[in-house]
Write a protein that binds this ligand. Structure first.
Ligand code: PLP
Length: 360
């Protein structure tokens, strides 16, 4: 068996030890005689898996006591509707910072439920940077301020937590959660789909400050009412049991790696291998402002678009997959989440150097 270096933006690579353990336990989890997929979510076996995954996640991020951790379904796109339904709390407006494709999607969805104020946008700069905080036109009466911590397509990431005063800060952390330590107490709510950096698709993690709970719009589906789910320990409906189990194994793996501080160091090293190369040769270009470059998603273009196909073909021959950029930006994109090894990124950097020398 040969495993490829998988640079997919999501669903993305998982740590190999996690996949091995899941394979070993597939037919018989821990002497239960059942696969985790076959267990009742209310049985003692799965309840233990669920509780352990919650505890390990809470430990990894240092979850403060006044926050609830929810394991839901619906994905990041679901949260674009679910968050406004839950967090308007009698207010009518939401402030958004538009930094690219994912923030744009969130804005469009929120307009169904609220008055949207785009308090700052980098659209005029083709989303190549985070708008500086002193340019934001925030509304002090907004229900909350929404940001996207890491734009998965554009490769733009916040390397600072914005201060929004008394107005809660909400972030879509789908593609950067657990890639580095998180100052949870700076946020009112954090949401993330699991399939980039935590596990399989199907699980959506929500971290919410408890004073924001309990005033959802009456139309809010019960399965997506944060208060009802918090009261039911995320078991108001059947949770995505197998995805929670795999994510739980990933949390254990992260702890064994040294936790989020160690992950950040490794992720910085990986990203630097690519950005240093992109900056060193005019053959490749990354358009993002240096201080806002993503540690997780590295988009780049080649000097000549006609070289894209040969580049991808050569990469494939060397066991590197899913490097083709998103159709909206073209070129290439290397997604280098936690599960991507330094070795994999080094292999890509070596290949890029070689390709540039051959075609430069
Ligand atoms: C992938 C992604 C999403 C969408 O997640 P779905 O599970 O498809 O709903 C939302 N936001 C960001 C930043 C993402 O990277």
């Amino acid at each position: 068996m040969t495993r490829v270096f998988n640079f997919s933006a999501g669903p993305a690579a998982l740590p190999e030890p996690v996949l091995h353990q899941a394979a070993e336990e597939m037919l018989d989890w821990n002497g239960s005689g059942m696969s985790v997929m076959e267990m009742s979510h209310r049985g003692k076996e799965f309840m233990a898996i669920h509780a352990q995954a919650q505890a390990d996640f809470a430990e990894l991020v240092g979850l403060p006591a006044n926050y609830k951790l929810l394991f839901l379904q619906g994905g990041g796109i679901g949260q674009n509707a679910i968050v406004p339904m839950n967090l308007l709390r009698g207010k009518t407006g939401i402030d958004f910072i538009n930094t690219g494709s994912w923030a744009t999607k969130s804005i469009k969805e929120a307009k169904k439920y609220a008055t949207v104020n785009v308090a700052a946008s980098s659209e005029a700069e083709r989303f190549t940077r985070i708008p500086p905080r002193d340019t934001w036109q925030l509304d002090p009466n907004a229900a909350y301020v929404h940001i996207c911590s890491n734009e998965t397509i554009g490769g733009v990431e916040y390397h600072w937590v914005p201060d929004t005063g008394n107005v809660p800060l909400v972030t879509d952390m789908s593609s950067s959660i657990l890639s580095r330590p998180i100052e949870v107490s700076r946020y009112g709510l954090i949401f993330a789909g699991a399939q980039k950096n935590m596990g399989p698709s199907g699980l959506t993690v929500v971290i919410v400050r408890d004073d924001l709970l309990g005033d959802a719009l009456p139309i809010t589906p019960s399965a997506f009412d944060f208060k009802q789910q918090a009261d039911a320990d995320s078991m108001l409906n059947t949770p995505p049991t197998y995805a929670i189990y795999i994510a739980g194994l990933v949390f254990k793996w992260l702890k064994a790696q040294g936790g989020l501080t160690a992950m950040e160091q490794r992720n910085r090293r990986k990203a630097a291998l690519l950005y240093d190369l992109l900056d060193a040769t005019p053959f490749y270009t990354n358009p993002v402002a240096r201080e806002d470059r993503s540690l997780m998603n590295v988009p780049f273009t080649l000097r000549d678009d006609r070289l894209n196909e040969p580049f991808l073909k050569g990469a494939e021959e060397r066991g590197m997959r899913q490097l083709k950029g998103h159709s909206s930006v073209g070129g290439m994109r290397a997604s280098i989440y936690n599960a991507m090894s330094v070795e994999g990124v080094q292999a890509l950097a070596d290949y890029m150097k070689e390709f540039a020398a051959r075609h430069g």
